[in-house]
Structure formats: C-alpha cells, structure tokens
Ligand binder design. Structure first.
Ligand SMILES: O=C[C@H](O)COP(=O)(O)O
Length: 338
C-alpha cells in the first residue's frame, strides 16, 4: 500500500514512543500517560479530517487481485469451528493467496502443520501464515494469561498475533493498565523462542482434549521468529471517538504493529469513518498499520475501507469477497479469473 504522508504534524518529541525498544517493558503510570493521551485526543479532534483524500493502495482496486488477497486475513473464529472447517479455511487461503489464516489458539498447530504439508509438496511456498487471536473476544483476560497464550501460539507456529485490548480499563481511563497489557504481549511476541517459558506440564491424560493427539510443544520448523507482529483489537463499537483515539495512541506507543477495529463479536464491525480516524490517529508513527475487521462481506466494502486507510482486512467471507468482485467485473466485461 502506498504510504501517504501522515496527515498530522505532531512534534516528534511530544509523541515519541515511550520506553525505548519495546523488548523492555517498564510499567507505565497514569501520571505519565494521561497527559500524553489527552494531548493526542486534543490534537486529533482539533485537526478536522476535512482532507478526505483517499489512500491509494499500490495495486488496482478495480478488480480482485492477488494483491488484494494478500491484504486479507482469512478468518474462522466461531466457537463451534471444527477441524474440517479449519482445514477448508487453510485450503481456501492457499488457493486465493490470503495473507493469513486467523484462528483461535487451539487450531494453530493444525493450521501450521497443514500449511507446512502443502509447502512440502509444492515448489512455491504459500504466502499464507498462521495468525492467532489472543484474549479473544472479550479482552478481559489477565495480562499473564494473554502473555502465556501468545507464547504458546508462537511455539505452535503463529506468525501474527491479534490481541484484544483491556476495554474496561480503557473506559475507566486506566491507561497504564491498557498500555502495560499491550506492551507485555508485544514483548512476548518479540522476545523469540529462546526466552519463552517452558511448556506447561501435561496434567494427567484426562485433559478436555483427551481425544486429541498428544502434542509436544516443540516449535515447528520455521517458527524461530524473534519478532511476531501484534495487532491490537480496540472494539470500536464499544468506544467513543475520544476512546478510539486513546486506544490507538496507547497501542502505538506500546509497540503494536497494527490497530484493528473489531472482534466481529462485539455487536459492530468496521466502518469507513472509524478506519479513517484510526489511520489519522496512528499517523504520528507511520510504521503502525490499520486492520479493518467485522462485518466485511463484499469486494466493494474492502475497496471503501482500503481507500479510507486500512492496510489489512480481516474477514470470514474472504472467498465471497473475491468472488463478488469478480462478479462485478463480469458485469463490466473484465474478469480477474477468481
Ligand atoms: O477479524 C475478525 C473478525 O471476527 C471477522 O469478522 P466477520 O466474521 O464478521 O468477517
């Protein structure tokens, strides 16, 4: 996606990320964070987005393409998702070239091994990677639980992490809790396998998945990553405008690679206005990207959200998005072949 210049011109020193390298996490206090958050809210609200110029991705948005597919996280997060449905998700992702398969942690080993098996039988490796949701869908888990969930998912092959922030602490303006929660997950994702805690002891054979094959948590090949990007889901449908700005600002300075609109389970999904606001809010740190997710069903929705500033799309309807775009092209006489 072509990176347009940040639309804001904050003084770098006033918004420099806190805490230096995000591999260290010095807990932050509300005394430190509240003035910074309030200043950013004021800045964003004062720069009305009268500039509605669209962001132009570096690829043609007139028809579905492999470039569009590479922006889509093909997602299956339903509580009743079966291994067969996960298998189909992976096949679809590899067929269309979607960026990732986004699933709950218990499905990560299966996604990892299914992609690896496909790659071993193909000359060209698939672009699709495993992506795990963490603290999903409520974000109300203890930080230590999110950290451990992150560690296990990466040991099982996850190459991206989509965490849900602590929404209640944000609404209580406990910015330290929100920041520290995100920063500790980011550190766990950046710290690399060597410093990850040992795998948990297997407690007896009467585990809830006793029918599941015994799994030894030795990192699958290719997971020797020292830096797995973390996306922070802020759940826009539950937030005011000021809270959306605060959440994106805190996620950015805590080391997030993306800010993401929705879980898809919070009663609302991605909107053009929210994506535009989020893109402006993180503009002071151009490396931070925006993911739109929740309720995205058509090619046209994807185009509108990408033009509003989204870098990535999360959707359980990836195949119909690609096909709906193709149908539109057929009507106009061109096809993309999907
Ligand atoms: O990206 C995560 C969302 O759960 C996808 O939501 P969706 O099922 O409405 O596409």
């Amino acid at each position: 996606m072509s990176e347009s210049k940040p639309r804001l011109s904050p003084t770098a020193t006033s918004f420099a990320p806190l805490g230096g390298a995000t591999t260290e996490v010095r807990p932050r206090s509300n005394e430190e964070l509240t003035p910074l958050v309030d200043a950013h809210i004021k800045l964003i609200l004062s720069t009305t987005d009268d500039d509605t110029t669209d962001f132009a991705p570096s690829f043609d948005l007139m028809k579905p393409s492999s470039d569009l597919a590479a922006c889509i996280d093909h997602t299956l997060l339903k509580p009743d998702a079966t291994p067969e449905q996960v298998f189909n998700l992976v096949q679809e992702a590899m067929t269309y070239g979607f960026k990732s398969c986004c699933v709950n942690g218990s499905h990560i080993p299966y996604v990892t091994s299914t992609i690896a098996a496909a790659n071993s039988s193909k000359s060209a490796a698939n672009v699709t990677i495993p992506c795990a949701v963490i603290g999903f869908p409520l974000g109300a888990s203890a930080t230590a639980a999110k950290v451990y969930e992150t560690t296990l998912a990466i040991l099982d092959g996850a190459r991206e992490i989509d965490m849900v922030m602590s929404i209640g602490h944000l609404k209580a303006r406990d910015y330290a809790a929100v920041y520290n929660d995100i920063a500790r997950v980011v550190r766990a994702a950046k710290s690399g396998p060597a410093s990850r805690p040992a795998t948990p002891p297997v407690i007896g054979s009467n585990t809830s998945n006793s029918s599941a094959p015994e799994r030894t948590r030795t990192p699958p090949t290719g997971t020797n990553h020292t830096s797995v990007p973390v996306k922070v889901i802020i759940e826009t449908s539950l937030l005011t405008t000021e809270e959306k700005i605060a959440a994106c600002y805190l996620a950015s300075i805590a080391g997030a690679a993306f800010v993401k609109t929705s879980t898809g389970f919070g009663g609302g999904g991605a909107t053009v206005d929210d994506v535009r606001l989020m893109r402006r809010t993180v503009g002071f740190m151009p490396a931070v990207q925006v993911k739109a997710s929740g309720g995205i069903k058509t090619f046209e929705q994807c185009v509108a959200l990408l033009k509003a500033g989204a870098h990535r799309i999360g959707a359980s309807s990836g195949v119909s998005i690609m096909k709906s775009g193709d149908a539109a092209q057929k009507e106009s006489g061109e096809t993309s072949g999907y």
